[in-house]
Design a protein around this ligand. Structure first.
Ligand SMILES: NC(=O)c1ccc[n+]([C@@H]2O[C@H](COP(=O)([O-])OP(=O)(O)OC[C@H]3O[C@@H](n4cnc5c(N)ncnc54)[C@H](O)[C@@H]3O)[C@@H](O)[C@H]2O)c1
Length: 266
């Protein structure tokens, strides 16, 4: 198991879902995790669970879209712990599916504020601390929506494509300081964010996915743990799809399944 003893990790949106799983995973590997979320009660609950199982966790309220709040939080982290090794830019919202010509200014701006501005503010402030120690691991959350686009989610997809640009450029700007910056592109992962979608489509989606499973938050947390491990010290500026192979699926496959002998691929 990877040993993160003495490392400090800030996780945004750590109060539930994938962020919660990431916080628990990194804490189980010895990191002191700062569990931040706009929902302070959830952040506290996650931190309590971690502490109860022997880990070290500090809950803090943070709305990532507020630049001054991010700056204050990162200063607090530096003053308290004297270092920051890992930043997981996970906070996000799905928004409401809507045709592209019907997206309001407010919804568009809110989506970009949380995902793009939020990831940028956190990355910028974290990098200032990490540069002093010439070490850092930054993981940004993009999405499979930034592989093929996603019907009805132009605001979400645009934000998630922007995060790839941020990741690739930050990797160049920070590499000389031994700070790696990578992105994850999860497919459909079981969480509050995808609850409604899975209610509608869990069966067909499971069947269509090459691995024949819906992703769980722990599947994504494992990838975060891999990217902050020494094994990935030479990996930067990359985006990793975590979707059980679903991005490979296309309409041609359905026809091929009808042509192939029964049982093939099962
Ligand atoms: N679940 C999926 O299928 C999936 C797929 C691709 C990408 N993602 C991305 O993974 C990340 C986590 O998603 P999830 O499925 O765990 O969602 P979730 O809704 O379960 O959790 C998101 C967390 O972010 C917090 N949050 C929302 N706005 C915030 C803000 N302004 N500041 C701070 N915290 C805020 C929420 O309170 C919540 O705790 C998101 O960036 C999401 O876009 C998820």
């Amino acid at each position: 198991m990877n040993d993160l003893t003495n490392q400090v990790a800030v996780i945004t949106g750590g109060g539930r879902g994938i962020g919660r799983s990431v916080a628990e995973k990194l804490a189980a590997q010895g990191a002191r995790v700062v569990v931040t979320d706009i929902d302070e009660a959830n952040a506290r609950s996650v931190a309590s669970t971690i502490e109860a199982s022997g880990g070290a966790a500090t809950p803090l309220r943070l709305d990532v879209s507020q630049s001054s709040a991010v700056t204050a939080l990162m200063s607090h982290v530096e003053e308290t712990f004297g270092r920051l090794d890992i930043l997981v830019n996970n906070a996000g919202i799905a928004g409401t599916p809507v045709w592209v010509d019907q997206i309001s200014d407010e919804d568009w701006t809110n989506m970009l504020n949380i995902h793009v501005n939020g990831s940028f503010y956190c990355l910028r402030e974290a990098a200032k601390i990490m540069k002093k120690h010439r070490y850092g691991r930054i993981i940004n959350f993009s999405s499979c929506a930034a592989v093929t686009g996603l019907a009805g989610m132009a605001h979400y997809a645009a934000a998630k494509y922007a995060i790839v640009g941020l990741t690739e450029t930050a990797a160049k700007d920070l590499g000389a300081y031994n700070i790696t910056v990578n992105a994850l592109k999860p497919g459909v992962i079981r969480s509050a964010l995808t609850e409604g979608f899975l209610d509608l489509a869990e069966g067909p989606l499971t069947e269509a996915t090459p691995i024949r499973q819906i992703g769980e938050p722990a599947d994504v947390a494992q990838m975060v743990a891999a990217l902050v491990s020494p094994a990935c010290g030479f990996v930067t500026g990359c985006s990793f799809i975590v979707d059980g192979g679903f991005h490979l699926v296309n309409k041609m496959d359905e026809t091929m399944m009808k042509i192939l002998p029964a049982g093939t691929g099962v």
